[in-house]
Design a protein around this ligand. Structure first.
Ligand code: PEP
Ligand code: MN
Length: 334
């Protein structure tokens, strides 16, 4: 693939000229607008000399990218993406937040308040919590919905904490938008291309989970959907894949973290809670994710996991979470 960065000052005639030149090379291109920058993603079958495009007037830069998901590849964008959420909260890079924590599901104001108070005391700036829950059984708790999100947002904001919450379908985006800092796309929606496209246009960062049986390539293609629709603020998240093994909930793929960091400039997170699904083993898997190069981890915590309305079996209480935090401190100190 070839990425052609178009000059902001380009004239219509220059644009037409470049377009014809690319067509004469038997290539197809897609125009992408990312943060006011126009990029043409050019697909080509034969090898072509990119200098022939790079020298044209109106082209500010051109890159050959040997990956089928060029925009999320680090073969053209060498510096890592840093996502700025406001109030000094960043994801990715040296100063990026390493922890997102919170309950699987938002359950009550008291619960949210309790978790916020705890996170604040540990200087954690990002809280997770589902209000639309994808559940295997239709009889399980499916979340408090938009009213729960409004309460979550109000409470978290009063603690200076940013919110990560799952969106399950396109029509939820608009009503959620004012209350969300990072949209989570769950494993079950990892290849819901219409949702990804819509999130590309929504203008808020996205934490994109790997599909239950999704390959690393498929995750990167899904990220490319969001990016090519105009949104470069994407966090890739390894959360375990389905395998023949049933000693744990999912097969947490530490390799994927190293591979994703090697292939992409996007921040990579690990989700040890869904990754192993067993409370007492979550801390070491969280540390394994960080040791493998993850920019951060997303962890399920609850004041009383045994009373949680979803995923209690893999949720840490505050004391257990503190053990993980201490482990992380030691990991980065040595
Ligand atoms: C969750 O984060 O609670 C969740 C449902 O995750 P996943 O989509 O990875 O199963
Ligand atoms: Mn969960």
């Amino acid at each position: 693939m070839i990425l052609v960065q178009i000059d902001n000052q380009i004239s219509p005639e220059q644009k037409q000229f470049i377009s014809e030149k690319i067509s004469r090379m038997h290539c197809r291109y897609t125009e992408v607008l990312v943060k006011q920058k126009v990029i043409w993603v050019v697909e080509h079958k034969d090898t072509i000399d990119i200098r022939a495009i790079g020298s044209l007037e109106g082209v500010s830069d051109v890159h050959f990218v040997p990956d089928p998901y060029p925009l999320v590849s680090n073969k053209w964008r060498v510096e890592n993406t840093i996502i700025r959420l406001g109030d000094g909260v960043e994801i990715g890079g040296e100063k990026g937040e390493k922890i997102i924590a919170g309950p699987c599901s938002v359950e009550s104001e008291e619960q949210v308040e309790n978790v916020c108070r705890f996170l604040k005391s540990r200087q954690i700036r990002l809280m997770r919590g589902g209000i639309f829950k994808p559940r295997s059984s239709p009889y399980s708790f499916r979340g408090l919905g938009i009213e729960g999100l409004k309460m979550f947002h109000k409470t978290a904001s009063s603690y200076g904490i940013k919110i990560v919450t799952e969106v399950m379908e396109r029509k939820q985006i608009d009503e959620m938008l004012p209350y969300v800092d990072v949209f989570q796309v769950g494993a079950r929606n990892s290849q819901n291309f219409n949702l990804l496209d819509a999130l590309g246009k929504a203008g808020k960062p996205v934490l994109l989970k790997r599909g239950i049986s999704g390959s690393i390539d498929e995750l990167l293609y899904s990220a490319e959907y969001i990016y090519s629709a105009g949104n470069p603020d994407i966090i890739l998240c390894e959360r375990g894949i389905r395998s023949f093994e049933n000693a744990y909930r999912n097969c947490f793929d530490v390799n994927a973290i190293a591979i994703l960091k090697d292939k992409s400039h996007l921040p990579v997170f690990g989700d040890p809670s869904h990754g192993i699904g067993i409370r007492k083993l979550v801390p070491q898997i969280g540390m394994a994710a960080l040791a493998a190069g993850a920019d951060g981890i997303i962890v399920e915590i609850h004041p009383q996991p045994e009373k949680a309305m979803s995923d209690g079996q893999q949720t840490l209480n505050f004391g257990e979470f503190d053990i993980l935090l201490n482990g992380i401190k030691q990991l980065f100190a040595c």
